[in-house]
Design a protein around this ligand. Structure first.
Ligand SMILES: [Zn+2]
Length: 131
C-alpha cells in the first residue's frame, strides 16, 4: 500500500511530493521540537522548491484543523467506547492526544498541504538530468 507514487507515501513519510526520493525535512523526527519546521529549500533529486510562494505553509493551518479533529474523534472513540471512559475522562484523553501528537499533526498537515499542489511525477528526476 505504501509505495512511491502514492500520495499517502509522501504524506506519511514527509518525502518530496514530486519525486518521493528524499525527506523534505532536515530532521525526520517531528519530536525534535527545535527543528520541527526546518525544511530543505529544494529537493536535491527533482529540484522542486518546497516553499512554492512566501508563507506557503500558513495554509497548512487549515489542514491541521481537520487533522486535529480526526485525532480528537479517534481519541474520543477509543476512550469512550473501547475503554468505557466517562465524558470527562474522554475529554481529558482528547486534550492529551492533541498535545502528544501535536508535532505529528503539524508535520502531516504540511505534507497534505503541499501534496494538494504538487503531483507525483515519476519522471521528475530524469527530466532534471536531461535538461
Ligand atoms: Zn523531489
Amino acid at each position: 500500500m505504501l509505495k512511491k507514487g502514492n500520495k499517502l507515501y509522501s504524506i506519511l513519510t514527509g518525502s518530496c511530493p514530486r519525486c518521493h526520493e528524499e525527506s523534505m525535512y532536515l530532521d525526520k523526527n517531528p519530536y525534535h521540537m527545535g527543528k520541527i519546521f526546518k525544511m530543505h529549500e529544494r529537493c536535491s533529486h527533482c529540484d522542486l522548491k518546497y516553499k512554492i510562494e512566501p508563507s506557503f505553509f500558513y495554509g497548512a493551518m487549515y489542514v491541521s484543523y481537520g487533522v486535529g479533529i480526526a485525532f480528537a474523534v479517534a481519541a474520543f472513540v477509543i476512550a469512550n467506547i473501547f475503554l468505557d471512559a466517562s465524558l470527562v475522562e474522554a475529554f481529558i484523553a482528547i486534550i492529551a492526544t492533541l498535545i502528544v501528537f501535536m508535532p505529528v499533526i503539524m508535520r502531516v498537515s504540511r505534507n497534505i498541504w503541499i501534496n494538494m499542489f504538487v503531483k507525483y511525477d515519476a519522471n521528475a528526476k530524469t527530466n532534471l538530468k536531461n535538461s
